[in-house]
Every structure is written in C-alpha cells, then in structure tokens.
Design a binder for this molecule. Structure first.
Ligand code: FE2
Ligand code: FE2
Length: 205
C-alpha cells in the first residue's frame, strides 16, 4: 500500500515543518507531542497482550511494548536535557497528555485503544508506525546530532514494527470477514492521519 504520506506533497510540507528553527523550549514541546504517541502505544499494546491468543503475535507485542517504552524514555530524557527535569515535571507531568490544539491527534490514540480484534490491531501497528517512520525519517535531516543518534534507533524499531504488523496480517488475517475488517480499519486510520498531519504541519509547534 502506497500511502498519501509517501507522496511528494507530504514530504515537502513535512520538510518545511521539521526544518523550522526551534529553541530548547520549542523542541521540548515537540518531543512532548511525540511522547504522547509512544506512551499511548505502550498502554494500548499492553492492554492487547492478554486478549491475543496467537503466541507469535503475543511475543511480537511484547517487543513492541518494550520498544515503545524505550521511545517514551528517550523523548523524556531529551526533554530533560533540553529544559531540565524540574521543568519537565512541571510542564509535562503526564506523558499521555500535552497541550496541543489538535483533537484529531488525540482521537487517533482513542481509536487505537478501541481496536478489539487482531485485524484492526495489526492495521494500527503498520499504518500508524509507517506514518511515524516517514515523519521521523524527514526529521532526521533537520535534527541535532544527539537527538539524531536516538532517532535512528527509534526509526529502526518503527521499521521493524511495520514489517511485523504486515507479516502477521498476511499470516493470520485469512477469512473474508477479517480481510474486510483490516481494509476498513486501514481506510479509517488513513483518514484520521490525514487530518492529524494537516493539524500538525499547520500548527505553531
Ligand atoms: Fe515508537
Ligand atoms: Fe512503533
């Protein structure tokens, strides 16, 4: 599936957004927004673990939880290095929340949490992480060396998550009903992500 996020117009808009000069406070605010997504993934995939009978998928989910936890940790650490731990505790006490005027961004994580069967869950993993991977790839060209080093690690993980989601979908999404659920969920997520992206790229962050 080639998404809209791989189109030149998206890359161009993302390059403009990520290429903007930002001081430490602005960077911390941006990383706080990234962190919301990473941390929601930890919580949501953690919730899914128990109700996923397929052992291979369960094992993969365990790695995803660990990875997303590490990503949450990395962004938190960078925020503290930029603006101090005291400022992070005061301004960004809860990694699930941040003052960001984009309701679609939060709706994405709410919808993610509602995925109640394997086809829907796998769609979230490879579509949302595919989107994150493209955004992070663009950002790699505009970031300071320390964050870049961390971001490369995160990016490698996200690429693994996308491949894992797709492989599991190929293997376990077999029936027509499940294939239909997967396709519908993909469409739904792509529509939300389009709004999220518009909100992101036009925001002042
Ligand atoms: Fe992540
Ligand atoms: Fe991920």
């Amino acid at each position: 599936m080639t998404t809209i996020f791989e189109q030149p117009s998206f890359i161009e808009a993302a390059t403009k957004f990520f290429g903007r000069q930002r001081g430490p406070e602005e960077l911390a605010r941006l990383f706080a927004i990234f962190r919301v997504g990473e941390h929601h993934a930890v919580i949501t995939i953690g919730d899914w673990l128990k109700s996923t009978p397929e052992l291979e998928v369960k094992t993969g989910f365990s790695r995803l939880i660990w990875d997303e936890g590490r990503h949450t940790q990395i962004w938190t650490q960078r925020m503290a290095e930029l603006i101090s731990q005291e400022a992070v505790d005061r301004l960004y006490p809860d990694p699930r929340q941040v003052a960001f005027a984009n309701t679609e961004y939060f709706r994405l994580w709410d919808e993610y949490g509602k995925a109640d069967c394997l086809p829907k869950r796998l769609a979230y993993i490879y579509v949302v992480d595919g989107w994150a991977a493209i955004a992070y790839s663009v950002y790699l060209n505009h970031i300071d060396p320390v964050t870049k080093w961390h971001l490369q690690t995160i990016l490698t993980d996200e690429h693994f998550h996308v491949a894992f989601g797709r492989q599991m979908a190929e293997k376990y999404v077999m029936s027509e009903r499940d294939k239909d659920l997967l396709a519908r969920e993909e469409e739904k997520i792509a529509a939300i992500l389009l709004n999220v992206t518009d909100g992101f790229l036009s925001s002042e962050v």
